[in-house]
Ligand binder design. Structure first.
Ligand SMILES: Nc1nc2c(c(=O)[nH]1)N[C@H]1C(S)=C(S)[C@@H](COP(=O)(O)OP(=O)(O)OC[C@H]3O[C@@H](n4cnc5c(=O)[nH]c(N)nc54)[C@H](O)[C@@H]3O)O[C@H]1N2
Ligand SMILES: Nc1nc2c(c(=O)[nH]1)N[C@H]1C(S)=C(S)[C@@H](COP(=O)(O)OP(=O)(O)OC[C@H]3O[C@@H](n4cnc5c(=O)[nH]c(N)nc54)[C@H](O)[C@@H]3O)O[C@H]1N2
Ligand code: SF4
Ligand SMILES: [Mo]
Length: 744
């Protein structure tokens, strides 16, 4: 028996943990934390140990599948692409490109090919309508970051490794390990903050695992964080605690924020938020006087009724307390590898506009080129001009993850053409005509594209493919072939390679022509000529070499290239974050726009909500668990074994009032639908709030997930009304849904 050891980075979440993988006779026999990893230093979670299970999962698709009626058959790659071409061609010929759309799912951000080539897929195919998991995730942050800093992916992050005072709002890193914030062992950092003499406060309707470890838990009514944060700002102004620190001089709109906050005193919002005014005042003072403090807000702040206001106010408070762009405060990361997301969007050249078009059926305004994903079902199902007839899903499972998902489940069978790039036959892809599977995480190289651009250190790690494959296309090739088909171009494997070459040459030419670029003035042909093969490795090498520490194609001979990372399997670390706001902010005048009109225009809606503060019905929020990953890892037996995790958490007082008992069942009804779930009575919930995890409901017929089917659970998005959105961004409000609960 031959046994080999391989060093890799886990691609499953933003913690990017280093793994030591033992392989015996082509099988993974052990995965252990890599203590030598310059970034994670030995931290992992239970999911990191199951990459071998995922790779070997008999249900994972390895060959393309074509559906005829109810029967699936495995086909050759060429037959699968021919079927795609036939189906797409029929729609394009009869209805044009506007009848074709795509849905981009979450693993795109974590996959070596998809993260770099989905943008190319969208650009080359020329699709006018795009849907994504982004509108059930971070769209509010994209909106505020674009308006405040000039780039929709320019996210400031809490410098948790050096902070003295951390406020966590609507995030549970104990389960999720950090989101739009990469930091190894984020929850362990809470202990280290305490060791440094600092403090962590968790603001959340649930006393989560993170709150358990923190110094203070502040329960809050879902959807009211914007009022809470405005009251913090109110105190900062009222008590003369505003001090912009290092960013003074490049912040516009402070006076406007002062005026807006004036109407939201802690006493005004206390009833709505159910947070005592004294607590709000104290947190404001503590934030203002600590040497370095930071507020971190995530999915609970985005996926809610006032997602844009709440996300914006997190940044506002960080600026007003002088914690912006300083160590231990809120900073901009500096990634070793340049990322596509830093490219300026030509659409915003002459200012940012929203609502340039509206969705056909409900008239939802586009925001950053997308309308809410809950529109997809009606755009497919409603006859008329502009009806969607073809859909390409890329690493997404919207039949589980989108609000009002039962409508999407019913609409997908109406499509003339549905193609899914996905590794499983699941709740969504069962409706596809063709499924094109990608490679497993161990069959492809890895280097996170975007995630390092919100990491708390300037580091990087490259993992070569552990089980390299030459007999199957990589997802970037699949994407480019489909893009070519939609664009009406030739779409053979050679054509895909030619498109890749063209895409790369264009990028190189652009960077050589860009003023201030590390390769400005170099001859693009010389750079292109360095490569004999294409794909994401070439792209990555380029991104490293034009990055801040890159060799700039020998202009900086000691600089980094992909080879440097190949020679350093435990990673390369260029140090902690450094203040760099002046180089990052790309608004027209180079200033931070602290009070963008599109955002502040939503305050009257919040004011109205404040006036309805007495409503005392139950509301539903979502949650995550460390052994689960959105909807797609429930097929790994070691992760789903043990007690049922898809339960309705209910506070003991609510349970008693309603007549629910621990272990019994409850019927949960919302405006959108109803379901029955097992009850878990727990005082970790605040009164009046119940919680269900998202990502479950694997009991649909025709799904090929044998383990997940045994632990099906219920889909909480059947309760999420599709039109319950954060207005300025269109992002889904899957938290704070009014529900009625009764014993079942
Ligand atoms: N109620 C509620 N709903 C939510 C949320 C919530 O908190 N509450 N959270 C929202 C958030 S933040 C997100 S990001 C979305 C997620 O929404 P989605 O992205 O739609 O859902 P996932 O469950 O991540 O589905 C991932 C899909 O990708 C496939 N897959 C996995 N790995 C690969 C790969 O390497 N290549 C390919 N081609 N396919 C792969 C899986 O089989 C699965 O079909 O859900 C959102 N929905
Ligand atoms: N193990 C695991 N890790 C994951 C994922 C996973 O599914 N499993 N998903 C990944 C993805 S796609 C994402 S986007 C991230 C998300 O990462 P996080 O943002 O940390 O998401 P959650 O763990 O769902 O924590 C959200 C918290 O918000 C709270 N909350 C709900 N509504 C409100 C509200 O109105 N106000 C406040 N203050 N709090 C509220 C909930 O009670 C919950 O504790 O996690 C990523 N990491
Ligand atoms: S926390 Fe777990 S899932 Fe996330 S990168 Fe680390 S091992 Fe992987
Ligand atoms: Mo997400």
């Amino acid at each position: 028996m031959t046994s080999t050891m391989h060093t890799r980075t886990c691609p499953l979440c933003e913690a990017m943990c280093g793994l030591d993988v033992t392989v015996e006779d082509e099988r993974v026999t052990l995965i252990r934390p890599n203590r030598r990893d310059v970034w994670s230093k030995g931290f992992i979670c239970p999911k990191g140990t199951v990459l071998g299970h995922l790779h070997e999962d008999p249900d994972r698709l390895r060959a393309p599948m074509v559906r005829d009626g109810d029967t699936w058959r495995e086909v050759s790659w060429e037959e699968a692409f021919e079927r795609c071409e036939t189906l797409l061609r029929a729609v394009l010929d009869e209805h044009g490109k506007d009848a074709v759309t795509t849905y981009i799912g979450n693993p795109t951000a974590h996959n070596f090919s998809l993260s770099r080539y989905v943008p190319a897929f969208i650009a080359i195919s020329g699709l006018s309508q795009i849907y994504s998991a982004g509108t059930v995730d971070q769209w509010p942050k994209n909106v505020t970051s674009l308006l405040m800093y000039g780039g929709m992916w320019t996210f400031p992050i809490p410098d948790v490794g050096r902070t003295q005072y951390l406020v966590v709002m609507g995030a549970n890193p104990h389960a999720s390990q950090g989101s739009l914030l990469a930091h190894p062992d984020l929850v362990g950092e809470i202990e280290r903050i305490r060791d440094r003499g600092g403090k962590t406060v968790v603001v959340d309707p649930r006393r989560t695992g993170t709150a358990e470890r923190a110094d203070e838990w502040v329960p809050i009514v879902p959807g009211t964080d914007a009022a809470f944060l405005l009251a913090i700002a109110h105190v900062l102004f009222e008590e003369d605690l505003v001090d912009l620190g290092d960013v003074a001089g490049i912040v516009d709109g402070v006076d406007l924020v002062r005026d807006l906050a004036a109407g939201f005193s802690p006493e005004d919002v206390a009833t709505l938020c159910r947070v005592p005014a004294a607590t709000i005042r104290r947190i404001a003072r503590e934030l203002a006087v600590t040497e370095a403090g930071t507020v971190y807000g995530r999915i609970g702040l985005c996926n809610q009724e006032f997602g844009t206001l709440a996300s914006w106010l997190v940044d506002v408070v960080n600026v007003l307390t002088g914690n912006f762009d300083r160590p231990g405060g809120t900073m901009f990361a500096k990634s070793i590898a340049w990322s596509l997301t830093s490219l300026p969007n030509p659409e915003h050249e002459n200012g940012v506009e929203f609502g340039r078009w509206r969705s056909r059926v409900r008239g939802a305004p586009e925001v950053l080129g997308q309308v809410p994903v809950s529109c997809l079902a009606e755009e497919i199902a409603t006859p008329g001009d502009g009806q969607l007839r073809a859909l390409v899903t890329v690493a997404g499972n919207p039949v589980i993850s989108a609000p009002d998902s039962q409508h999407l489940d019913a609409a997908l069978p109406l499509l003339d053409c549905m193609i899914s790039i996905d590794n499983y036959l699941n709740e969504t892809t069962r409706h596809a005509h063709v499924i094109l599977p990608g490679l497993s995480a161990l069959e492809q190289p890895h280097y996170d594209e975007m995630i390092w651009s919100w990491a708390t250190r300037s580091a990087g790690k490259y993992s070569p493919a552990l089980f390299p494959r030459t007999d199957r296309p990589h997802e970037w090739e699949i994407l480019l072939r489909l893009a070519a088909m939609i664009a009406g171009m030739p779409a053979s494997p050679d054509d895909a390679r030619a498109i890749d070459d063209g895409f790369f040459a264009a990028l190189v030419a652009m960077k050589c022509a860009e003023e201030g670029s590390p390769i400005a003035g170099q001859n693009p042909d010389d750079i292109v000529a360095e490569y004999s093969t294409g794909g994401p490795e070439r792209f990555l090498d380029f991104a490293i070499r034009i990055g801040p520490w890159g060799d700039a194609y020998r202009a900086n001979p000691d600089g980094l290239t992909l080879r440097s990372f190949e020679a350093a399997p435990d990673g390369i670390d260029m140090g902690p974050l450094v203040p760099r706001v002046r180089e990052v902010v790309t608004t027209p005048n180079g200033h931070i726009n602290l009070a963008p009109a599109h955002v502040t225009g939503d305050i009257p809606r919040l004011r109205e909500r404040l006036e309805r503060a007495t409503d005392d019905g139950l509301v539903l929020v979502s949650r995550r668990h460390v052994r689960s990953n959105n909807s797609w890892m429930h097929n790994v037996r070691v992760l789903v074994k043990g007690k049922d995790r898809c339960t309705l958490l209910v506070h003991p007082d609510d349970a008693e009032r309603i007549g629910l008992r621990n272990g019994g069942h409850a019927k949960v009804v919302s405006e959108a639908g109803s379901l029955v779930a097992p009850v878990e009575v727990s005082d970790e919930m605040m009164r009046g709030v119940v919680s269900l995890p998202h990502g479950w409901g694997h009991d649909r017929p025709g799904v090929r997930l044998s383990v997940a089917a045994e632990h099906a659970g219920v889909n909480n998005n059947h309760l999420a009304p599709g039109d319950f959105v954060d207005v300025p961004s269109g992002n889904a409000a899957v938290n704070g849904i009014p529900v009625e609960v009764a014993p079942a």
